[in-house]
Design a protein around this ligand. Structure first.
Ligand code: ACO
Length: 427
């Protein structure tokens, strides 16, 4: 991969560094030898640092391109199912019919969780945020799958992937049912992955829930569009946690914690809250003004992205799906009107144009989820279900490539060495 050299000169010292050429994207300077010369690089937030080598997902933020194993997200969203995308992310190739059928059967047959887990829920307050419950319960799964699990064994890692992929919708739906005081609904094997999730969310023991195919497809699409996004905060968290050889269920719980923040997966919930706050089209200019004001911490939620400096390709599909769902349900959501006008105004405003702030995937997903009857505090939980496959694929790739514990260095700006003198009275 190294087809070029870079020379770094620091005072009298000069260091030769390899320049690595990826299949796609920017060249990468290999700085691994710098530490031995007594220098580190400084890059808070990792804006210029490739933390690993990966073959899973490629993003070209300037041109709005997202590829999973080489396949464009637009094609995957319109021509595949979420489980097909999961297979592609995990194994690198599109499945044959037989491979797909086997994969689907295996995932479907692992959806139940240990009955003991249901008791764990009682320890949570009913009004807990479902992300707190999801994080806790996913971490607790480590207690059920630990002793016999050898993370260096590819077969064990494969089984872990099935378990996580299958059980996450079950746990997520249980978080919802617990929060509203309804009994848990067990998975149904004759339903699709998305259909089963909707069933576990909305069926009750008193009434059958008939899955609407348009809504099922919309749910599946939301899962596809959130499946992976290379080395984002939560995926990097999963890799960092896993780099010590930690239990994968605990690593995924760490990823869930990272995803929860409003700058990451929490943005869809925050975006819907913002649209509700804006309420009507007339109030938009006031919010745009606030977003541009340096002295106001308010940001337009669902706008901007660390990597995309162009329209997020996932937002395009999400926008279409949003219209499909509202049409199917015959809903005339005023929030959609606010969203579309907000998008129009922001895309024509010099502030947003100069800073390359475009709508991201979360801008429309909240409206779809709301139309599906999903409460806003569950939005990030749904993101977590979808992203689980990305987390596992990266965790797996990291193990395949050979573990190296993540251990960044720092630019220390604290005290120099000084004498300690205690002022505390000792008994
Ligand atoms: N509204 C108003 N101004 C913004 C916004 C926004 N949504 N996003 C960025 N800016 C401005 C910043 O104030 C900053 O201005 P300055 O250069 O004058 O200081 C400039 O644009 C760059 O912003 P940064 O925060 O440095 O950009 P970064 O790449 O670190 O942040 C982020 C990306 C966190 C996504 C940011 O755009 C944001 O907070 N957006 C809103 C939250 C959101 O929608 N998050 C979802 C991300 S997608 C996902 O996780 C699935």
């Amino acid at each position: 991969m190294a087809d070029n050299k870079a020379k770094l000169t620091i005072a009298e010292t000069s260091v030769d560094l390899d320049v690595l050429s990826p299949t796609l994207g920017s060249k990468v300077i290999d700085i691994r030898t710098l530490g031995s010369k007594g220098y580190y690089t400084y890059d808070p937030g990792f804006t210029s640092t490739a933390s690993c080598e990966s073959k899973i997902t490629f993003i070209d933020g300037d041109n709005g391109i997202l590829l999973h194993r080489g396949f464009p997200i637009g094609q995957l969203a319109t021509e595949s199912t979420y489980l097909e995308v999961c297979y592609i992310l995990l194994y690198g190739e599109a499945p044959t019919q037989e491979q797909y059928d086997n994969f689907k059967t295996t995932v479907t047959r692992h959806t139940m969780i240990h009955e003991q887990i249901t008791r764990l829920f009682n320890g949570f307050r009913r009004d807990s945020h479902p992300m707190a419950v999801l994080c806790g319960v996913t971490g607790a799964l480590a207690a059920f799958y630990h002793d016999a699990l050898d993370v260096s064994n590819p077969v064990h890692r494969d089984i872990t992937a099935y378990r996580l992929l299958s059980k996450m919708p079950t746990v997520a739906a249980m978080c919802y049912k617990y929060s509203i005081g309804q009994p848990f609904v067990y998975p149904k094997n004759d339903l699709s992955y998305a259909g089963n999730f909707l069933h576990m969310m909305f069926a009750t023991p008193c009434e059958e829930y008939v899955v609407n195919p348009v809504l099922e497809r919309a749910m599946d699409r939301i899962f596809i569009l959130h499946a992976d996004h290379e080395q984002n905060a939560s995926t990097s968290t999963v890799r960092t946690a896993g780099s010590s050889g930690a239990n994968p269920f605990a690593c995924i719980a760490a990823g869930i914690a990272s995803l929860w923040g409003p700058a990451h997966g929490g943005a869809n919930e925050a975006c819907l809250r913002m649209l509700e706050e804006i309420k009507t089209v007339e109030h938009i200019p006031e919010f745009i003004k606030r977003a541009k004001d340096k002295n106001d911490s308010f940001r337009l939620m669902g706008f901007g992205h660390r990597v995309y400096k162009n329209y997020d390709p996932r937002a395009t599909v999400m926008r279409e799906t949003c219209h499909e769902v509202l049409k199917e349900l015959n809903l005339n959501d005023s929030l959609l009107e606010v969203a579309m006008e907000l998008e129009r105004i922001a895309l024509n405003d010099p502030y947003f144009i100069e800073k390359k702030l475009y709508p991201n995937v979360d801008f429309y997903s909240g409206i779809i989820l709301k139309a599906l009857g999903i409460p806003s505090n569950m939005f990030t939980v749904i993101f977590a279900i979808a992203r689980t496959i990305g987390w596992i694929a990266h965790w797996n790739e990291m193990h395949e490539d050979g573990l190296k514990i993540a251990r960044p260095r720092q630019l220390y700006t604290g005290y120099d060495e000084r004498d300690f003198k205690s002022e505390i009275k000792k008994k």
